[in-house]
Design a protein. Structure first.
Length: 487
């Protein structure tokens, strides 16, 4: 059911350096809600962009990489008209389920949002064909957890290619951590990590072969920039909101010489700030990070060498961090500078209370697998409980208001970041080891040949949604199932 927005409006903030410095990395353009309303036209179209390593023609929202950041508040009503301005698909035959197809058919997903999966809300079963427009209406509950979320296409068969192309953007639901004085005092950065995969010769992204290799070298962009510079002042603490909006590669990252403190993950605060030497965000994950600059100099935000498949992926420079000396006159004196880190317990998103043993009404095991199937892409399908995705099958049927415990069992030699829509999960065990602080998140990397145990409470919304691997080629090739919540 659609609603009319009589006074629908939103305010815009242009892309800009939060320090007002020309050579500093810019935050993506923002669109803010106003008076409880968020209204936006969002167009997916072919856009040629200039990158140091290629000049690709990509599918992008509004021709921008990344798409604009949406900043909304709990209780807001969002109305987004998605326009699919792509040329017609040129697939020769009807789509075969669980093979890549119709790269110009799309839809829109609100990753991590606790909203209705039905009708014209966060409904990933919709197909918006080239030339069509569709009105999404998404109503955020008054008690929606504050934090970092994101939007991206989610049409089965074209999701990996469209996200790999650069379709996606941050969404910030305001509140909770924003109200911590040390966080509020800090300069805030939105850092969207993407790696549009282009064949340098072809200059476009029309072949699934180009994105298929998990171990292929990627050129990582931060807010659409290759090897950007991020400026800080000596003694400064900044609040970074990080998003791995890539299609498949994990992002471990290090920033030696500065102090890093994780304060939240997938939108939810940690119990308290945690100092770390290396952070990790799987595809789909977000992180709130406080970064403290100690000494003037030039520092490298690196993705260290690592492996998530068969071969090692080399280390890569993500950005250079330049710490300006004390008393620098390069930044206007009225640009605020936080210098303190949050101390003691961080505030909680109050609706997300621990799920105790007594509340669990059912346990399930979900087995992650891969198998050979002739005639499919690379003769491969990825499976959950032995089967590739079937949109007409209810794999999990659960009751609204109840809580369940699921054990994800990975039988493959690769990790899989599993994402469940609509309801966040409380991760309680990894490889059978209980976590000291069960963490609320919406995407969890299940270790190679390992297990993850999580709990979910199905609140507020009945209807069907999906759970899937956020290595998006795995999703397109079948690693997705349907969850039906009955009222
Ligand atoms: Cu996977």
């Amino acid at each position: 059911m659609t609603r009319a927005f009589a006074d629908g409006q939103a305010t815009e903030v242009p892309a800009r350096s939060p320090l007002g410095l020309a050579s500093d990395l810019r935050n993506p353009r923002e669109v803010h809600s106003a008076n409880g309303r968020f209204r936006l036209d969002l167009t997916m179209k072919q856009s040629r962009i200039e990158l140091p390593y290629a000049r690709p023609n990509l599918r992008l929202y509004e021709g921008e990489i990344p798409g604009p950041t949406f900043r909304v508040a709990p209780g807001d009503d969002m109305e987004i008209t998605l326009h699919n301005d792509m040329p017609p698909n040129d697939d020769p035959s009807p789509a075969i389920l669980n093979t890549p197809n119709e790269f110009s058919t799309t839809n829109l997903h609100f990753h991590g949002f606790h909203v209705s999966p039905k009708g014209n809300s966060d409904n990933v079963y919709l197909q918006i064909h080239p030339g069509e427009s569709f009105n999404y209406v998404v109503r955020l509950p008054e008690d929606h957890p504050a934090g970092n979320y994101w939007y991206h296409p989610h049409r089965h068969g074209s999701v990996a290619l469209q996200v790999a192309s650069g379709c996606g953007g941050m969404m910030v639901v305001t509140g909770t951590l924003d109200e911590v004085p040390e966080v509020a005092a800090a300069i805030e950065r939105v850092l969207v990590f993407q790696c549009p995969v282009v064949d340098p010769k072809a200059e476009d992204l029309e072949s699934y072969d180009t994105i298929w290799s998990l171990d292929a070298e990627r050129y990582w962009l931060v807010n659409g920039e290759y090897h950007p510079r991020i400026y800080m002042r000596t003694g400064e603490v900044q609040h970074w909101r990080l998003l791995n909006a890539g299609d498949q590669q994990f992002l471990p990252m290090k920033l030696d010489g500065l102090e890093l403190y994780e304060i939240g993950f997938d939108g939810n605060p940690y119990p308290e700030a945690r100092q770390t030497d290396e952070i990790f965000i799987a595809p789909g994950n977000r992180m709130n990070l406080m970064v403290k600059a100690i000494e003037p100099g030039s520092y490298m935000l690196m993705r260290p060498a690592f492996t998530q498949g068969k071969t090692q992926i080399d280390e890569a420079l993500m950005a250079e961090v330049i710490v300006l000396p004390p008393g620098t006159d390069r930044i206007a004196p009225d640009v605020k500078m936080g210098t303190e880190l949050p101390k003691g317990p961080l505030p909680k998103n109050k609706v997300l209370t621990d799920i105790p043993d007594e509340e669990i009404v059912r346990t399930r095991q979900i087995v992650l697998g891969v198998s050979d199937e002739k005639g499919m892409f690379k003769d491969t399908v990825f499976t959950l409980n032995g089967d590739p995705f079937d949109p007409n099958r209810d794999d999990v049927v659960a009751k609204l208001g109840q809580a369940e415990e699921w054990e994800l069992v990975n039988t493959t030699p690769f990790p899989h970041p599993i994402h469940v829509h609509v309801n966040p999960m409380q991760v309680i065990k990894i490889n059978g080891e209980p976590l000291a602080h069960p963490q609320w998140q919406d995407t969890i990397a299940v270790p190679a040949a390992g297990t993850v145990t999580l709990r979910m409470r199905f609140t507020d919304f009945d209807g069907r949604f999906v759970m899937h691997c956020h290595i998006l080629p795995h999703e397109d090739l079948g690693m997705m199932l349907n969850v039906a919540i009955q009222a």
